[in-house]
Design a protein around this ligand. Structure first.
Ligand SMILES: Nc1ncnc2c1ncn2[C@@H]1O[C@H](COP(=O)(O)OP(=O)(O)O)[C@@H](O)[C@H]1O
Ligand SMILES: [Mg+2]
Length: 259
Protein backbone atom coordinates (compact mmCIF):
# COMPACT_ATOMS: atom_id res chain seq x y z
CA UNK A 1 0.00 0.00 0.00
CA UNK A 2 1.32 3.46 -0.79
CA UNK A 3 1.90 5.82 2.07
CA UNK A 4 -0.73 8.48 2.76
CA UNK A 5 0.32 12.00 1.78
CA UNK A 6 -0.93 13.24 5.14
CA UNK A 7 -1.88 11.29 8.23
CA UNK A 8 -3.31 12.50 11.55
CA UNK A 9 -3.40 9.73 14.05
CA UNK A 10 -5.09 10.34 17.42
CA UNK A 11 -3.85 13.91 17.52
CA UNK A 12 -4.69 15.82 20.66
CA UNK A 13 -4.07 19.51 21.03
CA UNK A 14 -4.72 21.96 23.83
CA UNK A 15 -4.39 25.71 23.43
CA UNK A 16 -4.77 28.31 26.13
CA UNK A 17 -6.30 25.79 28.53
CA UNK A 18 -8.98 24.47 26.18
CA UNK A 19 -9.02 21.25 24.23
CA UNK A 20 -9.00 21.82 20.45
CA UNK A 21 -8.54 18.24 19.17
CA UNK A 22 -9.60 15.10 20.95
CA UNK A 23 -7.86 12.19 19.21
CA UNK A 24 -8.32 13.57 15.72
CA UNK A 25 -7.55 11.02 13.01
CA UNK A 26 -7.76 11.19 9.22
CA UNK A 27 -5.73 10.34 6.13
CA UNK A 28 -5.25 12.03 2.77
CA UNK A 29 -4.10 9.82 -0.10
CA UNK A 30 -1.43 10.90 -2.58
CA UNK A 31 -3.07 12.78 -5.45
CA UNK A 32 -6.39 13.17 -3.66
CA UNK A 33 -8.40 16.40 -3.50
CA UNK A 34 -9.79 16.53 0.03
CA UNK A 35 -11.88 19.28 1.61
CA UNK A 36 -11.75 19.82 5.33
CA UNK A 37 -15.19 21.17 6.21
CA UNK A 38 -16.10 22.34 9.68
CA UNK A 39 -17.60 25.12 11.77
CA UNK A 40 -15.67 28.27 12.52
CA UNK A 41 -13.10 27.78 15.27
CA UNK A 42 -13.01 23.95 15.08
CA UNK A 43 -9.32 23.95 14.15
CA UNK A 44 -9.17 23.77 10.35
CA UNK A 45 -6.41 26.36 9.97
CA UNK A 46 -4.67 24.83 12.95
CA UNK A 47 -4.57 21.46 11.15
CA UNK A 48 -2.68 23.10 8.27
CA UNK A 49 -0.29 24.71 10.78
CA UNK A 50 0.49 21.31 12.30
CA UNK A 51 1.11 19.83 8.85
CA UNK A 52 3.43 22.75 8.03
CA UNK A 53 5.41 22.36 11.28
CA UNK A 54 4.29 25.82 12.37
CA UNK A 55 2.91 24.66 15.71
CA UNK A 56 3.49 21.84 18.23
CA UNK A 57 0.79 19.46 19.53
CA UNK A 58 0.55 17.25 22.59
CA UNK A 59 -0.51 13.72 21.65
CA UNK A 60 -0.64 11.37 18.69
CA UNK A 61 1.19 11.77 15.40
CA UNK A 62 1.10 13.91 12.28
CA UNK A 63 2.95 12.48 9.29
CA UNK A 64 3.58 14.02 5.89
CA UNK A 65 4.60 11.44 3.28
CA UNK A 66 5.57 9.25 6.21
CA UNK A 67 7.81 11.90 7.76
CA UNK A 68 7.58 14.20 10.76
CA UNK A 69 6.39 17.66 9.60
CA UNK A 70 9.76 19.19 10.47
CA UNK A 71 11.37 17.02 7.78
CA UNK A 72 8.65 17.48 5.18
CA UNK A 73 8.08 21.22 4.79
CA UNK A 74 9.75 21.21 1.37
CA UNK A 75 6.96 18.96 0.08
CA UNK A 76 4.32 21.60 0.89
CA UNK A 77 3.07 24.92 -0.37
CA UNK A 78 0.38 27.14 1.17
CA UNK A 79 -2.36 29.35 -0.25
CA UNK A 80 -4.14 31.51 2.34
CA UNK A 81 -7.37 33.49 2.35
CA UNK A 82 -5.43 36.73 1.75
CA UNK A 83 -2.94 36.56 -1.12
CA UNK A 84 -0.09 38.08 0.96
CA UNK A 85 1.68 39.68 -2.00
CA UNK A 86 4.56 42.13 -1.66
CA UNK A 87 3.17 45.45 -2.95
CA UNK A 88 6.51 46.61 -4.37
CA UNK A 89 7.06 43.50 -6.48
CA UNK A 90 5.45 42.72 -9.86
CA UNK A 91 3.08 39.78 -10.28
CA UNK A 92 5.99 37.86 -11.82
CA UNK A 93 8.37 38.55 -8.93
CA UNK A 94 5.63 37.80 -6.40
CA UNK A 95 5.01 34.47 -8.13
CA UNK A 96 8.78 33.83 -8.00
CA UNK A 97 9.05 34.87 -4.34
CA UNK A 98 8.32 31.43 -2.84
CA UNK A 99 11.20 30.02 -4.88
CA UNK A 100 13.40 32.96 -3.90
CA UNK A 101 12.81 32.14 -0.23
CA UNK A 102 12.95 28.37 -0.43
CA UNK A 103 15.47 27.76 -3.22
CA UNK A 104 17.75 30.80 -3.40
CA UNK A 105 20.29 28.64 -5.24
CA UNK A 106 17.99 28.70 -8.29
CA UNK A 107 19.08 31.77 -10.24
CA UNK A 108 16.79 34.74 -10.72
CA UNK A 109 16.27 34.05 -14.44
CA UNK A 110 15.17 30.44 -13.78
CA UNK A 111 12.93 31.53 -10.92
CA UNK A 112 11.23 34.05 -13.16
CA UNK A 113 10.87 31.48 -15.92
CA UNK A 114 9.17 29.03 -13.54
CA UNK A 115 6.94 31.77 -12.13
CA UNK A 116 6.04 32.89 -15.65
CA UNK A 117 4.95 29.37 -16.60
CA UNK A 118 2.63 29.18 -13.60
CA UNK A 119 1.19 32.65 -14.23
CA UNK A 120 0.50 31.61 -17.83
CA UNK A 121 -1.19 28.44 -16.65
CA UNK A 122 -3.45 30.61 -14.49
CA UNK A 123 -4.26 32.93 -17.41
CA UNK A 124 -2.09 35.82 -16.18
CA UNK A 125 0.68 35.83 -18.82
CA UNK A 126 -0.26 39.35 -19.94
CA UNK A 127 -0.34 40.66 -16.35
CA UNK A 128 3.10 39.47 -15.23
CA UNK A 129 4.58 42.98 -15.17
CA UNK A 130 1.69 44.49 -13.14
CA UNK A 131 2.04 45.49 -9.51
CA UNK A 132 -0.48 44.00 -7.03
CA UNK A 133 -2.35 47.33 -6.75
CA UNK A 134 -3.17 47.05 -10.47
CA UNK A 135 -4.72 43.59 -10.11
CA UNK A 136 -8.24 42.55 -9.09
CA UNK A 137 -8.82 40.43 -5.98
CA UNK A 138 -9.20 37.28 -8.08
CA UNK A 139 -6.04 38.05 -10.05
CA UNK A 140 -4.07 38.58 -6.85
CA UNK A 141 -5.24 35.26 -5.52
CA UNK A 142 -4.20 33.61 -8.80
CA UNK A 143 -0.71 35.11 -8.32
CA UNK A 144 -0.64 33.53 -4.84
CA UNK A 145 -1.63 30.17 -6.36
CA UNK A 146 1.10 30.56 -9.02
CA UNK A 147 3.61 31.32 -6.23
CA UNK A 148 2.66 28.06 -4.52
CA UNK A 149 2.74 25.97 -7.72
CA UNK A 150 6.09 27.43 -8.82
CA UNK A 151 7.60 25.52 -5.89
CA UNK A 152 6.37 22.30 -7.52
CA UNK A 153 5.16 20.94 -4.16
CA UNK A 154 3.73 17.44 -3.79
CA UNK A 155 1.01 18.81 -1.53
CA UNK A 156 -0.89 22.09 -1.73
CA UNK A 157 -2.56 23.32 1.47
CA UNK A 158 -5.30 25.86 0.82
CA UNK A 159 -7.01 27.75 3.66
CA UNK A 160 -10.34 29.23 2.50
CA UNK A 161 -8.54 30.73 -0.50
CA UNK A 162 -11.68 31.98 -2.25
CA UNK A 163 -13.80 33.10 0.69
CA UNK A 164 -12.90 36.79 0.39
CA UNK A 165 -13.77 36.96 -3.33
CA UNK A 166 -17.06 37.92 -4.98
CA UNK A 167 -19.42 35.18 -6.12
CA UNK A 168 -18.53 35.17 -9.83
CA UNK A 169 -14.79 35.25 -9.22
CA UNK A 170 -15.11 32.47 -6.68
CA UNK A 171 -17.06 30.31 -9.12
CA UNK A 172 -14.47 30.89 -11.83
CA UNK A 173 -11.53 30.11 -9.57
CA UNK A 174 -13.15 26.91 -8.31
CA UNK A 175 -13.43 25.73 -11.90
CA UNK A 176 -9.83 26.73 -12.54
CA UNK A 177 -8.47 24.94 -9.47
CA UNK A 178 -10.21 21.71 -10.55
CA UNK A 179 -8.59 22.03 -14.01
CA UNK A 180 -5.19 22.66 -12.42
CA UNK A 181 -5.57 19.68 -10.13
CA UNK A 182 -6.58 17.41 -13.00
CA UNK A 183 -3.53 18.60 -14.92
CA UNK A 184 -0.98 18.31 -12.11
CA UNK A 185 -2.51 15.59 -9.89
CA UNK A 186 -0.99 17.14 -6.79
CA UNK A 187 -2.41 16.29 -3.40
CA UNK A 188 -4.72 19.12 -2.32
CA UNK A 189 -6.01 19.70 1.19
CA UNK A 190 -8.54 22.50 0.91
CA UNK A 191 -10.08 24.06 4.01
CA UNK A 192 -13.54 25.54 3.68
CA UNK A 193 -16.69 26.21 5.67
CA UNK A 194 -18.74 26.35 2.43
CA UNK A 195 -20.72 23.17 1.75
CA UNK A 196 -21.27 23.83 -1.98
CA UNK A 197 -17.59 24.56 -2.44
CA UNK A 198 -16.63 21.25 -0.82
CA UNK A 199 -19.12 19.30 -2.97
CA UNK A 200 -17.93 21.04 -6.13
CA UNK A 201 -14.24 20.40 -5.47
CA UNK A 202 -13.55 17.32 -3.41
CA UNK A 203 -12.95 13.61 -3.91
CA UNK A 204 -13.71 13.29 -0.23
CA UNK A 205 -15.07 15.72 2.34
CA UNK A 206 -13.83 15.31 5.90
CA UNK A 207 -16.46 16.87 8.15
CA UNK A 208 -15.16 18.07 11.50
CA UNK A 209 -17.19 18.42 14.68
CA UNK A 210 -17.14 21.40 16.99
CA UNK A 211 -14.40 21.47 19.67
CA UNK A 212 -12.99 19.24 21.05
CA UNK A 213 -12.76 18.30 17.41
CA UNK A 214 -13.04 14.83 15.93
CA UNK A 215 -14.04 13.69 12.44
CA UNK A 216 -17.82 13.66 12.45
CA UNK A 217 -18.09 11.98 9.05
CA UNK A 218 -16.32 11.45 5.74
CA UNK A 219 -18.33 11.92 2.54
CA UNK A 220 -17.04 10.54 -0.76
CA UNK A 221 -18.01 12.56 -3.83
CA UNK A 222 -17.67 10.38 -6.90
CA UNK A 223 -19.56 12.55 -9.44
CA UNK A 224 -17.58 13.43 -12.57
CA UNK A 225 -16.14 16.94 -12.89
CA UNK A 226 -16.99 19.66 -13.67
CA UNK A 227 -19.92 19.29 -11.30
CA UNK A 228 -23.31 20.94 -11.40
CA UNK A 229 -24.95 20.56 -8.01
CA UNK A 230 -28.32 21.95 -9.15
CA UNK A 231 -28.47 19.53 -12.07
CA UNK A 232 -27.55 16.39 -10.13
CA UNK A 233 -30.05 14.79 -7.73
CA UNK A 234 -27.31 12.89 -5.88
CA UNK A 235 -25.28 16.02 -5.22
CA UNK A 236 -28.40 17.92 -4.14
CA UNK A 237 -29.17 15.18 -1.63
CA UNK A 238 -25.58 15.35 -0.39
CA UNK A 239 -25.93 19.11 0.06
CA UNK A 240 -29.18 18.69 2.01
CA UNK A 241 -27.53 16.08 4.21
CA UNK A 242 -24.50 18.27 4.92
CA UNK A 243 -26.65 21.33 5.65
CA UNK A 244 -28.60 19.36 8.21
CA UNK A 245 -25.46 17.76 9.70
CA UNK A 246 -23.89 21.21 9.95
CA UNK A 247 -26.87 22.88 11.52
CA UNK A 248 -27.03 20.16 14.16
CA UNK A 249 -23.33 20.76 14.94
CA UNK A 250 -23.97 24.50 15.26
CA UNK A 251 -27.25 24.23 17.19
CA UNK A 252 -25.51 21.94 19.63
CA UNK A 253 -22.83 24.59 19.99
CA UNK A 254 -25.36 27.32 20.74
CA UNK A 255 -27.19 25.19 23.28
CA UNK A 256 -23.91 24.70 25.05
CA UNK A 257 -23.14 28.41 25.04
CA UNK A 258 -26.49 29.18 26.64
CA UNK A 259 -26.40 26.30 29.09
N1 LIG B 1 -2.39 30.64 19.73
C1 LIG B 1 -3.61 30.29 20.20
N2 LIG B 1 -3.89 30.31 21.52
C2 LIG B 1 -5.09 29.93 21.99
N3 LIG B 1 -6.09 29.51 21.21
C3 LIG B 1 -5.88 29.47 19.89
C4 LIG B 1 -4.64 29.87 19.29
N4 LIG B 1 -4.72 29.71 17.95
C5 LIG B 1 -5.97 29.25 17.72
N5 LIG B 1 -6.66 29.11 18.86
C6 LIG B 1 -8.03 28.58 19.01
O1 LIG B 1 -8.03 27.32 18.36
C7 LIG B 1 -9.29 27.10 17.73
C8 LIG B 1 -9.09 26.71 16.30
O2 LIG B 1 -8.67 27.83 15.54
P1 LIG B 1 -8.58 27.77 13.95
O3 LIG B 1 -7.77 26.60 13.54
O4 LIG B 1 -8.11 29.10 13.48
O5 LIG B 1 -10.11 27.54 13.53
P2 LIG B 1 -10.79 27.47 12.09
O6 LIG B 1 -9.73 27.67 11.07
O7 LIG B 1 -11.44 26.12 12.02
O8 LIG B 1 -11.83 28.55 12.08
C9 LIG B 1 -10.09 28.38 17.94
O9 LIG B 1 -10.98 28.15 19.00
C10 LIG B 1 -9.06 29.42 18.30
O10 LIG B 1 -9.62 30.37 19.15
MG1 LIG C 1 -9.43 29.20 9.70
Amino acid sequence: MTEPAIEFSNVSLRLGGSSIYDNLSFEIGAGEFVCLLGPSGCGKSTALRLIGDLMPWQGGSVRVEGMAPKNAWQKLAFVFQAPRLLPWKSALDNAAFGLEMRKPEVGVASRRARAGEELARLGLAADAHKMPAMLSGGERQRVAIARALALDPDIVLMDEPFSALDHNTRTRLRRQIVDLWQETRKTVLFVTHDIDEAIYLADRIIVLSKKPTVVSEVVTVSAARPRDIEGDAGLKAMRAHLISAFSSIETHDQQEQFA
